[in-house]
Design a protein around this ligand. Structure first.
Ligand code: GDP
Ligand code: MG
Length: 732
């Protein structure tokens, strides 16, 4: 079978093209040895079936990141029949940098000029003929999103795959041309494939090539030493990069035509969204709207502002998932406000799981071990966990939309300015942002950070970006603290708390590492796109699948284990205990809870239950609410003070993440860094909760003193921040 691979910069549209070409035949896995995604599928519209491989997005063929290694090795070693190099036509100069490197390999290349639809919208055009002349390969215009030009692209790629092509370098006539030629002639004597590519890399002092061809390397170094020094002081990687860009911009002038000299739509949007002053407030506002849509009980503020209540039976049933009768029983005959989509879906999910429990209860014999296992154990646990799926998915959907539209790349760019003060680059923002979904992929994404220290710091603060599995805890507590209506504010405050602590923590870590320079941040800002429905649904489905898998394995195991521990005493042969206070779980948690006395949630008759919940949270954070539900702690029965609730929330947010995340942290950190990370999580969560508990208690009892202490704390944080950033400026 013919094999054609797709290579290009991140965000140039590879995956979109891949999906359009392969339809449903695609299968996704990981490249052996690394966690970079591998997609393969078949294109069937030509006489011969064609295997399509979506390579990871890269900016260059150097061997620094796992993405680069995978793509480079695939093209060099796996002998694809043709490479389709996708370039983003709206960012052509930058994208062609990679193209000039691909051309040096002895493989047929077709350049797919993607996003033609946007180019037209911007009133721009590219002269294909002169671009083909400049590159020496076929160029085809496509729009992967609108599925235009794809058949033509595949027809040409198929024809090309029957040919062979010798590498071509744009460096030929440049200053380094003779060096490259020399290396090329030497390498040609060996039986190495694509000698030209290797020759250029050797001149660049690419570490892999130097290692593989040490003799040719020495030869070249000798020549270099006899050359006069130039602007780049003998940094040949920089010299060659510069030559490539020079070639591109020299020739590019003739290929690119803009009809309209004004700003593009994207530029206009960016004027506002990346504005010096407004950018961050806008970002916060957008995030708040997302939380409001997901967690608010009173979406339009009808109750909060106009004191409006809903009393029609059918409306209440519609909004609450058939809870009217139950509400009447509890003496609540009205609903306060229209719930947000998130709460609405949650209510209906509750209806489904609640009905399931009713059905089982109706025919299972009462009082047996099996009934208890199924109803009090499994179904109650499922009820607690599943009711949060809609909100978690919704939040995830919103974040995917922001990501797909190109806004998140802007946020990283905006954040870079601020992040440098904290000793991180804007690049670290993307893994952190992913932390809102799940810490595991977030920590894996720190692979793109080249600096070990930046990686350790980023991993250390990743769990503070509250993951989807923690969301159920906040929603549950929100209902208790804010008496329902301001629930979204409570949830928002927890997320903000996480971010603030992450920032302060990063500043502290920075203060303790001397002479550290943040690596520079280079990132392409893609044009804004309308997000693609198919893509979004694929994201969501992945997420849901992952969640269902986790729920059916590790969470289910935890639920059963907790049920066992909470229904049997150490004398398990005596059968189930009548009173949960006698259970094994209670016995253990009743000892451990003393640790949490100072944090405000270890005391009282329920103290051990909160203690137990924080421990099961280590298995999976969804288990915190699951355990609480099994131990009888639900919205109506939680009776902690607000201070203790905040402290409990903070403890769960900052303490050790779930086991899956801990083991990912271990694999991604340096060895010494990992031990520090563990100590860090355990101690930081304790300290922050302690501060929160006592501060809030203080504010609740002696308002003015509390405010005073709070102000002093805030001022010292600001002073610390200014101090740290000014020290940096002095050095620069
Ligand atoms: P990858 O990182 O190279 O895999 O890029 P993706 O396939 O994920 O695409 C990045 C973004 O570009 C997505 O939001 C796509 O919807 C969008 N996109 C891809 N191709 C086109 C196109 O031809 N036209 C437009 N307008 N948008 C596109
Ligand atoms: Mg992709």
């Amino acid at each position: 079978m013919i094999r054609i691979c797709l290579a290009g910069n991140p965000n140039c549209g590879k995956t979109t093209l891949f999906n359009s070409l392969t339809g449903s035949s695609a299968h996704v896995g990981n490249w052996p040895g690394v966690t970079v995604e591998k997609r393969e599928g078949t294109y069937k519209k030509l006489e011969e079936k064609i295997d399509i491989i979506d390579l990871p997005g890269i900016y260059s063929m150097s061997p620094y990141t796992p993405e680069e290694v995978v793509s480079r090795n695939y093209i060099l070693d796996e002998n694809p029949d043709c490479v389709i190099n996708i370039v983003d036509a709206t960012n052509l100069e930058r994208n062609l940098y990679l193209t000039t490197q691909l051309l040096e390999i002895d493989v047929p290349v077709v350049v797919a000029l993607n996003m033609i639809d946007l180019l037209k919208k911007n009133k721009e055009t590219i002269d294909l003929k002169s671009l083909e002349k400049m590159l020496g390969v076929k160029v085809v215009e496509i729009s992967a999103l609108k599925e235009e030009g794809l058949d033509n692209l595949m027809k040409i790629a198929y024809q090309e795959s029957k040919n062979t092509r010798k590498g071509f370098t744009v460096l030929e006539k440049s200053e380094v041309g003779s060096l490259v030629l020399k290396a090329f002639n030497e390498l040609k004597k060996t039986d190495i494939k694509s000698p030209l590519f290797h020759a250029v890399k050797l001149v660049e002092n690419d570490e892999i090539e130097v290692h593989d061809h040490i003799e040719v390397h020495e030869l070249i170094e000798n020549i270099k030493n006899n050359l006069p020094k130039d602007d780049f002081e003998g940094d040949y990687e920089a010299i060659i990069a510069n030559e490539r860009y020079e070639y591109i911009s020299r020739n590019f002038k003739h290929t690119f035509v803009r009809f309209d000299e004004g700003l593009t739509i994207s530029d206009k949007i960016d004027k506002v969204l990346t504005h010096k002053i407004f950018a961050i407030p806008i970002f916060l506002l957008i995030m708040f709207i997302l939380f409001h849509l997901t967690f608010s009980e009173d979406l339009l503020g009808l109750n909060a502002i106009f004191n409006l209540e809903i009393s029609q039976e059918w409306l209440i049933n519609l909004f609450t998932g058939m809870k009217y009768e139950k509400m009447i029983e509890e003496g609540i005959a009205t609903l306060s406000g229209i719930p947000s989509p998130g709460v609405f879906l949650q209510n209906w999910m509750g209806f489904v799981t609640g009905s399931l429990i009713d059905i089982f209860s109706s025919f299972m014999p009462e009082g047996t071990v099996i009934t208890s296992l199924i109803i009090d154990g499994i179904l109650t646990g499922i009820d607690a966990i599943f009711s949060f799926i809609p909100q978690v998915l919704l939040l995830y959907l919103f974040v995917s939309i922001l990501e797909d539209s190109g806004y998140m790349a802007r946020v990283a760019f905006i954040m870079d300015r601020a992040f440098r003060r904290f000793g991180l680059s804007g690049k670290a923002f993307i893994p952190l942002l992913m932390g809102f979904g799940c810490s595991v992929p977030a920590m894996l994404a720190t692979k793109t950070l080249e600096d070990e220290r930046e990686r350790d710091v980023t991993i250390r603060v990743t769990p503070f970006f509250s993951c989807g599995a923690k969301a159920p805890i906040w929603t549950l507590l929100a209902a208790v603290v804010m008496g329902k209506f301001l629930g979204d504010i409570f949830v928002f405050s927890i997320y903000v708390l996480g971010i603030v602590v992450a920032i302060v923590a990063a500043i502290i870590m920075k203060a303790f590492s001397k002479n550290y320079e943040v690596p520079p941040f280079i990132m392409e800002l893609p044009q804004y796109h309308a997000p693609q429905f198919k893509n979004l649904m694929a994201h969501l489905w992945e997420k849901l699948k992952h969640f269902l898998y986790k729920a059916s394995t590790i969470i289910m195991a935890a639920i059963v284990a907790i049920w066992l521990l909470s229904n049997f005493s150490f004398k398990f042969w005596e059968g189930m205990v009548d009173d949960i206070e006698l259970s094994i779980l209670a016995k253990i948690a009743k000892i451990v809870r003393y640790i949490f006395y100072p944090l405000g949630f270890g005391m009282g008759s329920d103290g051990w239950k909160y203690t137990a919940a924080t421990f099961t949270g280590l298995i999976a954070k969804e288990d915190v609410v699951g355990t609480m539900a099994q131990l009888g702690l639900i919205e109506g029965t939680i009776n902690l003070s607000n201070a203790a609730i905040y402290s409990f929330a903070a403890y769960n947010l900052f303490t050790l993440p779930c086991f899956a995340a801990v083991s990912t942290a271990k694999s991604e950190s340096s060895k010494k860094g990992f031990i520090k990370t563990l100590i860090w999580w355990i101690s930081l969560s304790y300290i922050v909760s302690l501060i929160i508990y006592w501060l809030f208690t203080l504010i609740e009892t002696i308002l003015w003193l509390g405010i005073l202490v709070l102000s002093i704390l805030i001022i010292s944080v600001i002073v610390l921040g200014v101090f740290v950033s000014s020290k940096r400026r002095l050095k620069a």
